[in-house]
Each structure stands twice: as structure tokens, then as C-alpha cells.
Ligand binder design. Structure first.
Ligand SMILES: Nc1ncnc2c1ncn2[C@@H]1O[C@H](COP(=O)(O)OP(=O)(O)OP(=O)(O)O)[C@@H](O)[C@H]1O
Ligand SMILES: [Mg+2]
Length: 350
């Protein structure tokens, strides 16, 4: 444990952090040494695929079954004992109440048994902090798009102590739109990756061709206070109506083109809003985080639009829910003496 004494300020620089994530359908734990991952283990609950979405009670029970074994395995893979942990960071919001309680109770149990300090972490701040993992040279300011299963928002990450929400979805999240459209097209939950793979089979997918003239409408906001907001529920309805109008036979032969047109619509909206926000705030560096940031088409479009050197993206394994991003957020909060960022998720709209 490194100790820093500067003038009359003394604090202990925490290095070994255990991160625990259990807000939805992934039980994930990770141990970080500073900003580097020593181990990261995730159990994804496949049982929800049966129901086409996450069932809260099933999620809580599955977290309970897995969490102890995952933490024990993580410690043993790093050759550490519980006493070696210097900080526990655990997701405390937003998420499913019962699922969050499993992670929080487990963290508090370790605190009681070993006296390790515990920091509650906002899940969305965790997604953004995934950008800092193994990237010690990333320095603010940057504008970040957070696009996940439950949230889609743009933040101005002005400094380590200041992250401001600029706009967010007023209805469905981008990942939710992928999952719902995926369900309409016969893919299992979560459907984001399957849609991307199917879209890649469409002819000239990357060349911005018109996908056999399939296009869907895009929601635009005219009021200035909603400049960086999103709406995906109309797009979902448009795909639903298109599918009903065309019939099963057409869908079976044109699934890749429908997926490509849908994906292109979502990605263009995300990238357009990010670009508008970056321009308006005079910020050159942009970033993306959250499960939708796994999407290869989005990643390529961002690099095309902003130039690869100006785009920061976490490795795909750090985009979907993981304990490493929670550990990173806790580690950064603790060592800067900062409490959580306010207003990360003040409800839909702005
Ligand atoms: N390749 C991909 N293309 C598009 N979407 C994807 C891809 N891979 C994953 N997703 C989507 O990412 C979402 C899961 O991301 P994540 O785990 O960050 O969300 P969540 O934790 O459920 O939501 P939140 O973080 O808002 O609480 C799902 O909606 C999934 O379909
Ligand atoms: Mg998430």
C-alpha cells in the first residue's frame, strides 16, 4: 500500500481493488492493481433467453449462486487472500433492486469480516470509467456516448471531478432497441450481436448503399434543450410495421438488409449527436462505452467521422457489464477523494 504525504495532506493510495457488478444479468467480479486488470470473471445468466428479457427474481437467485465462487476464484487466480484487498467497489445503482442487493450484501460481508473499505459505485459511471482501464494517458476533456441496454446518453467529461449529462434518450435505450427489434426478427435476447452479424451479410453494408431501399425514419428534436437527446421507440415501431406489412417470406429472404438498415439508422443517430455535442463544446476527443459500443459498425463509423486518434473505445469485453469497470470507478473516486458524479441518470429526458 503506497502512502502519499504532501504538505499537510495525507492519504493512502489504494492499489488492490475488488470490483463487484450485479445490477442486471451479469455476475462479474474483477481485481485491479491500480488501473490494470489482474483478473476479471463474468457469469452471464443465459436463463433469461427463455423469457425474451431479464426476469428480476431469476437474476437475483442466479447472482446468489455464483458470487461467492467467482470472488474466491478471482482471489486464487491472483494468489491473493481477502486481507490483501484494499478497497471493494460495488455497483449500488441503477439496476434491479434484488440483484443489486446481492452484490452490496456480499461486499458488506467482506467489510465486516476483514475491515476492507467499501465504495458504492453508480453503474453508468462504471461504464464511463471502463475507458480509463489500461489507459493511464487518457486525460479529459472528452465527450462520451454511453449506449447500453438500459441507457443512452451523452456526457461532457470535463475533468476527473466534473462529468455533466448533456442529453439522453427520452424512451428506449439503443441496446433495448437492438434487443426489441431482434426479438421481432426471431433472435434471442440479447440480440445486439446477432443483429450486427446478420447485418454484415447484407450486400455493401459498409459502403452506405441503400440496402435494397429499406430505410427507417429517424427521430429529431427541434428544441435546443433536447439537442443531444435520443428517441428510438418510433424506429422500433417502424421496423415492426415494416415486418407486418412485408410478411414472413420477404423477411426470411431480406433479414440481413433489414438488420443493416436498422443498425445504420441507430449508429447514424448516435454518431450525429456525439458529433454535434463535441462541436458545440469545442472538444476534439470523443469516446463510447456500454454494451452497444461493442458494435463494430459503430466503432468504424466513429473512427471514420472523428479520425482514429480522436476516438477512445474500451476493449469490447469491457463494454458490456463487468466488475473491472466498477473497480476502476471506485479506485478513481477513492484516490481523488471525490464522491460520485451528480445527475448521471436523472430519469428519461433532460
Ligand atoms: N455488437 C453489438 N451491437 C449492438 N448492441 C450490442 C452489441 N453487443 C451487445 N449489445 C447490446 O448491449 C446491451 C448490453 O449492454 P450492457 O451490459 O452495457 O447493458 P445493461 O447493463 O443491461 O444496461 P445498463 O448498463 O444501461 O444498465 C444489450 O442491449 C445488447 O443487445
Ligand atoms: Mg450496463
Amino acid at each position: 500500500m503506497a502512502k502519499i504525504i504532501s504538505a499537510n495532506v495525507y492519504y493512502v493510495l489504494i492499489m488492490i481493488t475488488l470490483g463487484i457488478e450485479s445490477s442486471c444479468d451479469e455476475t462479474s467480479v474483477a481485481i485491479l492493481n491500480g488501473g490494470s486488470v489482474l483478473v476479471s470473471l463474468t457469469h452471464s445468466q443465459e436463463e433469461h433467453a427463455l423469457y425474451g428479457g431479464v426476469v428480476p427474481e431469476v437474476a437475483s437467485r442466479a447472482h446468489l449462486e455464483k458470487i461467492d465462487g467467482l470472488v474466491k476464484r478471482a482471489l486464487s487466480e491472483c494468489g491473493l487472500a481477502p486481507n490483501d484487498l484494499e478497497l471493494i467497489a460495488v455497483t449500488d445503482s441503477p439496476g434491479l433492486a434484488g440483484a443489486l442487493l446481492v452484490g452490496i450484501s456480499f461486499a458488506l460481508g467482506l467489510h465486516t469480516a476483514y475491515g476492507i473499505p467499501v465504495t458504492g459505485v453508480n453503474h453508468l459511471e462504471g461504464h464511463i470509467c471502463s475507458l480509463f482501464i489500461d489507459r493511464p494517458n487518457l486525460t479529459p476533456p472528452f465527450i462520451v456516448l454511453l449506449a447500453s441496454g438500459g441507457h443512452t446518453a451523452i456526457y461532457n467529461y470535463q475533468s476527473y471531478n466534473n462529468c455533466k449529462l448533456l442529453g439522453q434518450t427520452v424512451d428506449d435505450a439503443a441496446g433495448e432497441a437492438f434487443d426489441k427489434v431482434g426479438k421481432l426478427l426471431g433472435f434471442t435476447y440479447p440480440a445486439g450481436r446477432a443483429i450486427e452479424e446478420e447485418a454484415a451479410k447484407a450486400v455493401n453494408h459498409d459502403q452506405h448503399q441503400d440496402h435494397k431501399k429499406i430505410t427507417f425514419p429517424t427521430a429529431k428534436f427541434t428544441s435546443p434543450e433536447k439537442s443531444y437527446c435520443f428517441s428510438f421507440s418510433g424506429l422500433k415501431t417502424a421496423v415492426k410495421n415494416f415486418i407486418s406489412a412485408q410478411g414472413e417470406k420477404y423477411i426470411d429472404t431480406n433479414r440481413p438488409e433489414i438488420c443493416a438498415a436498422f443498425q445504420k439508422n441507430v449508429v447514424n443517430t448516435l454518431v450525429d449527436n456525439l458529433e454535434a455535442a463535441a462541436k458545440a463544446h469545442g472538444v476534439k476527443t470523443v469516446a463510447a462505452a456500454g454494451g452497444v459500443a461493442c458494435n463494430g459498425y459503430l466503432r468504424r463509423e466513429l473512427e471514420k467521422r472523428f479520425g482514429a486518434d480522436n476516438v477512445m473505445l474500451p476493449a469490447p469485453r469491457l463494454c458490456t457489464d463487468n466488475g473491472a469497470m466498477i473497480a476502476m470507478a471506485g479506485y478513481m473516486m477513492h484516490n481523488s477523494g471525490r464522491t460520485r458524479f451528480p445527475k448521471m441518470d436523472p430519469g428519461r429526458g433532460i
